[in-house]
Write a new protein. Structure first.
Length: 260
């Protein structure tokens, strides 16, 4: 990047994306800009192939360049998923003329800032790191315990709380990511990105997929809708409705008499 481009990129990650040959869609630019705010917590429910990983990869390089105090941590359910993001980040660095001091399969170190981008397992292997930016890919498939015991604490010591960008295709109405989406309130900003928000997807392919797959599969994978698990007999909402606190009962339960 020339000096002017680098200056503009410092305040707008989409400029870095363009320098690497990626033209952000409007939702990607919104996510990228909001992610730069201290303490941001972003949830992106997105269909397949709409560009969520590209957006995260650009943000990873951007934070490493312009917020170099803390590492960028990348986690996903499987190692090949997190290292795939590292591969995209490596490509962004090469295309945007961002030199690397070190280049490994699971980590990058930028020559200019000395900042490290690390792919870590979504489990105990993430313990001990401090993240200025935490990226979780396919977040709905990461276990609750991995998030609460290893990933979320990486942000604890960062002034302002660091930034967390959690993207995923939905995985039913269960798990920490669904709970954050449905019940997290103002703690999170949310983006819903179905397939038709991405101009690069083939409508013919999507229509063929719609016709040849079960309705709930298409709704989840391409429309990014949360659907109840097809493997269960009862809907989660019906099960939840069976349980209430005592103080919510519309009547008093009679006291049991002690046996004589």
């Amino acid at each position: 990047m020339d000096d002017l481009t680098a200056f503009r990129a410092a305040v707008d990650p989409s400029v870095l994306a363009a320098a690497a040959g990626y033209q952000f869609d409007p939702w990607q630019r919104e996510v990228a800009v909001h992610a730069t705010a201290p303490g941001s917590r972003l949830l992106v429910a997105a269909g397949c192939q709409v560009g969520k990983s590209t957006c995260q990869a650009v943000l990873g390089v951007w934070f490493a360049l312009y917020r170099p105090q803390y590492d960028v941590i990348v986690a996903a359910p499987a190692v090949h998923q997190s290292t795939a993001l590292i591969t995209t980040m490596r490509k962004i660095c090469r295309r945007a003329d961002v030199p690397l001091a070190r280049d490994a399969a699971t980590s990058l170190e930028l020559a200019e800032s000395g900042e490290k981008i690390r792919a870590v397992p979504a489990g105990v292997g993430a313990r001990g790191y401090t993240a200025g930016l935490l990226i979780t890919d396919e977040s709905a498939f990461i276990s609750d315990s991995a998030v609460s015991e290893a990933l979320a604490p990486t942000l604890a010591a960062v002034p302002g709380g660091g930034a967390w960008v959690a993207t995923s295709s939905p995985n039913g109405e269960r798990g920490w990511w669904w709970d954050a989406w449905a019940n997290g309130g103002d703690s999170y900003q949310r983006w819903h990105v179905p397939w038709n928000m991405c101009p690069r997807l083939s409508q013919d392919f999507v229509e063929h997929y719609r016709r040849t797959r079960p309705r709930h599969v298409f709704a989840q994978e391409f429309e990014a809708d949360f659907v109840s698990s097809s493997r269960g007999i009862w809907a989660p909402a019906l099960i939840d409705s069976m349980f209430v606190d005592d103080d919510e009962l519309p009547f008093e339960l009679p006291l049991m008499r002690e046996a004589a």
